[in-house]
Ligand binder design. Structure first.
Ligand SMILES: Cc1cc2nc3c(=O)[nH]c(=O)nc-3n(C[C@H](O)[C@H](O)[C@H](O)COP(=O)(O)OP(=O)(O)OC[C@H]3O[C@@H](n4cnc5c(N)ncnc54)[C@H](O)[C@@H]3O)c2cc1C
Length: 385
C-alpha cells in the first residue's frame, strides 16, 4: 500500500514533533511522522531537561534565546505545564583555562543580552552553601535558566501537532528510501511506502544509520550518557530551588528532581555505540564526585540509574539542513546533548526551510550539513559529555 504526504518526518522525538508542529502552523496540510516505537521513546525521554544560555559560541546562545521563550510560555501554547523550574544554571570553574573560557563566554553572552554573572569561589558558596568550593576559582551563573520535563513537553507538542492535522504513525520503522536518481520520492516501511516530495530525517542518535539507508553521510554518532537518582534527600540540606550545577572538570552534574537529586556522570572516552545498558562501574565514581562536590551527599543513597544516547556531531552542534546532492531530503539531528532545549527553535527553522526555502526566524547557516565537507565546523566547548 502506498500513502502520500507533503512532508514525511522520520522520528518522533523532540526534533520530529517540533518540525511537524511548525509545518502545520505554517499551513502544510499533509504531514506524516513515522516513528519506529512510540512518541518520545528515544533520547528525549531520557534527558535531564536542562535549558541554558551558557554556550561559548554565539549559535548556542541564540538558539536558547529563541527556545526558552517557548518553554516559558509553554502552557499558553500547548495547554500543558512543562514543569519549567527556572532555578538557574551554575557552571563551576576549576582551572585558569576554564576561567579564561568563562570570561570570554560571559562577555559574549552579555553582548547577546543574557543575564549572566561570573562569581568567585566565595560568591559561589554564598549562592549554594552546600557546595565544596575549596578547589574552585568560581562559577558562571544564569538565573533565568533551569530545567523542564522533556517527556511532558515532547508529548504535548505532538498532541498539538495532531490537533493541527499532523498524522503520527507509531510502530512504523523506516527501512529504506525511494529514489529517482538524485531525487528522493519517499520512504518504505513494513506497512508500505510513504511518498512525499520532502522527507526529514529526525532520528536523533540513529541519524547516521538512517542516513546510510538513504545513501548519504550524516556525521552523527551515538554516545552513552548516564544519570543517577538519589533517594529522597532533605530540602534543608540541598534546597528545592537549587540551580542545575555542572562541574565540567569532574564531569559531574547535580540538580533537584522532586524529593531526590539527579546526578550526572559519564566517561569522556566512552566508545561510540547504541548500548544503553548501565555501566555499574560508574556508580562508585559518581558517589565519589558527589561527596567531593557536595559533602552533605555522604548521607544520600543512590536509588536508580539509566543511560541514554547523546547524538554527537564532530563540532558538538546540531544540523538543520537540506542534504546536498539529494533533492527532497532534509535532516534535523545531532544536537550533541543540547537537543531538548533547542528543539522548539530547531523545528521552527526546519519548517521554515521546507516552506520558504530558507530559515527566517534566525540565521541557520551554522547548522548547515555542508559545513563539515567545507571544513567550517567550530567546536562548542561547553558540551558536557
Ligand atoms: C542522559 C541524557 C541527558 C540529556 N540531558 C539534556 C539536557 O539537559 N538538555 C538538553 O537540551 N538535552 C539533553 N539531552 C539530549 C537530548 O535528549 C537530545 O539532544 C534530544 O532528545 C534529541 O532529540 P531527537 O528528536 O533528535 O532524538 P530522539 O528523542 O532520540 O528521537 C529520535 C526518534 O527516532 C526514532 N527512530 C530511529 N530510527 C528510526 C527509524 N528507522 N524509523 C522511524 N523512527 C526511527 C527513535 O525511535 C526516536 O524516537 C540529554 C540526553 C541524554 C541521553
Amino acid at each position: 500500500m502506498t500513502h502520500t504526504a507533503e512532508v514525511v518526518i522520520v522520528g518522533a522525538g523532540i526534533m520530529g514533533v517540533s518540525t511537524a508542529y511548525h509545518l502545520a502552523r505554517l499551513g502544510v496540510q499533509r504531514v506524516i511522522v513515522l516513528e519506529r516505537d512510540t512518541v518520545c521513546s528515544g533520547s528525549t525521554a531520557l534527558a535531564s531537561g536542562g535549558i541554558r544560555h551558557q554556550y561559548a559560541n554565539r549559535l548556542g546562545i541564540e538558539l536558547t534565546t529563541h527556545s526558552i521563550v517557548t518553554y516559558e510560555r509553554f502552557r499558553d501554547e500547548f495547554g500543558v505545564d512543562p514543569n519549567f523550574r527556572q532555578h538557574g544554571y551554575l557552571i563551576l570553574i576549576a582551572t585558569e583555562d576554564e576561567l579564561a573560557t568563562a570570561r570570554r563566554s560571559v562577555a559574549l553572552q552579555r553582548s547577546l543580552g543574557v543575564d549572566v554573572e561570573l562569581l568567585d569561589a566565595a560568591a559561589t558558596r554564598a549562592l549554594c552553601p552546600y557546595l565544596n568550593t575549596d578547589d574552585l576559582l568560581g562559577a558562571t551563573y544564569t538565573p533565568r535558566d533551569g530545567y523542564a520535563d522533556p517527556y511532558l513537553c515532547a508529548t504535548a507538542i505532538a498532541a498539538r501537532a495532531r490537533d493541527l492535522g499532523v498524522m503520527i504513525k507509531q510502530q512504523h520503522e523506516v527501512h529504506g528510501f525511494l529514489r529517482d536518481g538524485d531525487r528522493l520520492r519517499g520512504v518504505t516501511t513494513a506497512a508500505g511506502a510513504f511518498e512525499a516530495p520532502a522527507v526529514v530525517i529526525a532520528t536523533g542518535a540513529w541519524s547516521g544509520v538512517v542516513g546510510k539507508l538513504a545513501g548519504v553521510d550524516i556525521p552523527v554518532r551515538p554516545h552513552r550518557r548516564h544519570k543517577f537518582m538519589t533517594a529522597p534527600f532533605p530540602a534543608e540540606r540541598i534546597p528545592a530551588a537549587t540551580p542545575f550545577v555542572i562541574d565540567p572538570h569532574r564531569n559531574f552534574s547535580l540538580r533537584r528532581e522532586g524529593p531526590g537529586l539527579l546526578l550526572g556522570h559519564g566517561r569522556r572516552d566512552e566508545p561510540d555505540g547504541f548500548s544503553t545498558e548501565i555501566d555499574r562501574s560508574l556508580e562508585s565514581r559518581v558517589v565519589e564526585r558527589a561527596i567531593h562536590r557536595a559533602p552533605v551527599l555522604a548521607d544520600a543513597a543512590l536509588m536508580r540509574a539509566w543511560a541514554g544516547l547523546y547524538e554527537m556531531t564532530p563540532d558538538q552542534t546540531g544540523i538543520v539542513s537540506a542534504v546536498p546532492g539529494t533533492e527532497g531530503l532534509h535532516v534535523i539531528a545531532g544536537f550533541s546533548g543540547h537537543g531538548f532545549m533547542h528543539g522548539p527553535i530547531a523545528g521552527q527553522l526546519m519548517a521554515e526551510m521546507l516552506v520558504h526555502g530558507r530559515a527566517v526566524t534566525m540565521d541557520a547557516a551554522a547548522l548547515d550539513l555542508a559545513r563539515f565537507a567545507r571544513g567550517e565546523a567550530h567546536v562548542e566547548p561547553l558540551t558536557f559529555v
